[in-house]
Design a protein around this ligand. Structure first.
Ligand code: BES
Ligand code: ZN
Length: 682
């Protein structure tokens, strides 16, 4: 069967995408693209407006390509599908006309000037273009040349600058130009880079620098086509101060080089947002034959203990959904300012030291980043409107890894807490400025893709998959997911393509009726969403009610609130169960017995401090201040700042502003801008 999947109108050309599906070729697709000059194909710019002329023309093409497709041999069914341009409103790049195949970086990381400078050498696929457009943001472009070895200067032009997207860099080329070399330097305005003085590191002796590319910040440290629709390989020659070590989302050194020179290769195709580098006083600790941790030497022992289960996680993940495709899975533990818990840079997940709770209680973040090695890195969202394909799948997969290692009860506890978060998020969004943000398929075209990072993509996405799993049964669902990863490995995929794949590969063969449209294109949480119960969390809620009712007696009570083996989420459930009417005296009593304000676990602190603000428990402030100034992980600080900003007691907002003023130097741009907006400053 031949099926037209998509018609994409580029500037001078119309692309028509065909799939030929056939059961005899293991349900894999063969895809054809026809590149037709617009003038030849009498099509208007939308499919809906397609006239009869176009249809007739298409029928002829159909017949022609059906014939061609029948001559395809079995062998060709294994060929990867060709590149398919999808329009990405968050990139200026004209990748439908010309695109990078391989990027080589020759760069110098200068801690004195706080710049990365050098040259980005782009090797392009064959093309007919006379202009190549790259994305840049706050970059100083020195010159652009064409060619390899014998480089010749060429004209370039910078387009208007946009706050979110940056600006287009338009380079004049010839239809046979293969190599484009962009000489550049980052500036003070860079948003991807975080430069840390020694005082902000664990060792306090050496500076540190790292990048955060997702979603569209890579363009602020490398001039490139910053769209996930295109995948590239990359290599890099990097010069850093000789006392520091450089690591990238590529193959990495195990020890420092004598001269500060490092060479990297990433031979698998990845989207631009996954290019990453970190430079600091790093030491490698192996945790198994294909995994380990880069950390400052001071944290090495703690890391080795906290992440002991990593080899087991990798095995469990492979057992679920197939071979780990990136050879090595290492993690780099960055300074506290890192704005995320983890970032799935391939071969080298970046992680925040707040994961080091001392009791392995926050390792679900590791399971999450590992899961991205399949969902996100192997199969990538085509645009940021399809972000749930990255994160929803990953939360689902993360939980399956947790279940495999720690059992169903623990996995359910995680799901339950996530669901509570989702319900709260949906409620907020429905009353907010963008109620359509509760759709899985997002509409972020003229907004910052960062705004898509919510419980919708993550948790609604995961519950969508859990609901399908319940409908078709785990066995069939697992086969489907594994096949999905295999079929789309090293590709990008849009929501529409996924929906298509889901119905042809899972629903139709199993005769399943499912409200996919409602889940993806409608607001809220559909009624058929799976319900999760957790006895252990219900028990924590009962304990909280006892406190609320003034019935809790601590020492020697049957309630046994002082048990130390509650897991993080149990404490979170307990704190969530406490009433906003609780008195500061009871808060003080709880704090005295259970030391929430000073917990080693910052996820518990997050929950506790938000309650402390709501109930006016001011004694928590010094600890809150320590937390907010030490940690830059956005999720761990955002809710606290929000609670302070929304408090009826105006002194809370003043306190928040004062703390932010002191802390912001220790925040990456991502967290700094979020908090500044919450507090209405900067
Ligand atoms: N890829 C995300 C982080 C991200 C998303 C950065 C969008 C920039 C734009 C990462 O995998 C992530 O989700 N991190 C979470 C982990 C958590 C959900 C277990 C985090 O940092 O909190
Ligand atoms: Zn993620």
């Amino acid at each position: 069967m031949v099926k037209i999947v998509k018609i994409v109108h580029a500037k001078e050309i119309t692309f028509i995408h065909f799939y030929r599906t056939s059961t005899c070729i293991c349900r894999k697709f063969i895809e054809f693209q026809i590149f037709l000059p617009r003038k030849l194909l009498y099509l208007r710019p939308t499919v809906e407006n397609m006239g009869m002329n176009g249809l007739n023309y298409l029928s002829i093409l159909f017949l022609f390509f059906s014939a061609v497709s029948c001559t395809e041999t079995e062998d060709s069914s294994d060929k990867k599908r060709e590149f398919r341009p999808v329009s990405d409103s968050h990139s200026y790049a004209n990748i439908e006309q010309i695109r990078t195949k391989h990027l080589h970086l020759d760069i110098d990381v200068n801690f004195d000037a706080k710049t990365i400078s050098g040259v980005a050498r782009h090797e392009m696929v064959d093309h007919e273009a006379t202009t190549a457009i790259f994305d840049i943001k706050a970059l100083d472009i020195k010159r652009v040349t064409l060619g390899k070895g014998n480089e010749i200067g060429t004209d370039f032009e910078l387009g208007d600058s946009d706050d979110i997207l940056g600006r287009p860099l338009k380079v004049k080329i010839k239809p046979d130009t293969k190599y484009i070399n962009i000489y550049y330097s980052t500036t003070d305005e860079t948003q991807a880079l975080d430069w840390l003085d020694p005082a902000l590191t664990s060792g306090k002796k050496h500076p540190f620098m790292y990048t955060q590319g997702q979603a569209i910040l890579t363009r602020s440290w490398i001039p490139l086509q910053d769209s996930p629709t295109n995948r590239i390989t990359y290599s890099a020659d990097v010069q850093v101060p000789s006392e520091l070590m450089a690591v990238m989302s590529a193959d990495n050194p195990k020890s420092k080089s004598a001269d500060g020179k490092y060479h990297f290769e990433m031979k698998q195709k990845i989207p631009a947002y996954l290019i990453a580098i970190a430079v600091g006083d790093l030491k490698y600790t192996s945790l198994g034959d294909r995994c380990g941790i880069y950390s400052e030497p001071e944290l090495a022992a703690e890391c080795a203990y906290e992440f002991t289960d990593l080899p087991k996680m990798i095995n469990a993940a492979e057992k679920l959904y197939g071979t780990y495709q990136w050879d090595q899975f290492d993690m780099a533990i960055l300074p506290y300012s890192f704005p995320f818990g983890g970032m799935e840079n391939p071969r080298l997940t970046f992680a925040n030291p707040t994961l080091l709770a001392g009791d392995q209680s926050l390792v679900s973040v590791v399971a999450h980043e590992l899961a991205h090695s399949w969902s996100g890195n192997l199969v990538t969202n085509a645009t940021w409107n399809d972000f749930w394909l990255n994160e929803g799948f990953t939360v689902y997969f993360e939980n399956r890894i947790m279940e495999a290692l720690y059992g169903e009860e623990i996995a359910d506890i995680h799901k339950f807490i996530e669901f509570q978060d989702l319900v709260a998020t949906v409620e907020d969004m429905e009353n907010g400025e963008h109620p359509e943000d509760t759709h899985l398929k997002l509409h972020l075209d003229d907004r910052d893709p960062d705004e898509g990072m919510s419980d919708i993509a993550y948790v609604k996405g995961a519950f969508f998959l859990r609901t399908i799993e319940k409908e078709v049964g785990r066995k069939k669902f697992d086969i489907f997911i594994k096949e999905y990863f295999d079929t789309h490995a090293f590709e990008t995929i849009s929501t529409e393509d996924f929906v298509d794949y889901l119905s042809t590969e899972l629903f139709e063969p199993n005769n399943v009726q499912f409200n996919v449209e409602e889940w993806i294109y409608q607001p809220g949480i559909p009624d058929n969403c799976v319900k999760i119960r957790s006895k252990r969390l219900e028990h924590m809620d009962e304990l909280a009610q006892e406190v609320n009712n003034g019935e809790m007696i601590f020492i020697g009570s049957g309630a046994n609130l002082e048990r130390s083996d509650f897991i993080t989420q149990e404490w979170v459930a307990f704190i969530r169960g406490l009433s906003d009417d609780i008195s500061p005296e009871t808060m003080a009593e709880l704090d005295e017995k259970l030391a929430f304000s000073q917990s080693a676990n910052r996820v518990i602190k997050l929950e506790w401090y938000q309650l402390a603000v709501r109930v006016g428990y001011k004694s928590a402030r010094p600890y809150m201040k320590e937390h907010l100034t030490k940690v830059g992980r956005r999720w761990l600080i955002e809710g606290i700042y929000r609670a302070l900003a929304e408090s009826e007691d105006k002194s809370d907002l003043a306190f928040a502003k004062e703390v932010f003023e002191q802390a912001k130097g220790n925040y990456h741009f991502v967290s700094r801008s979020t908090v500044a907006e919450i507090l209405g400053v900067e």
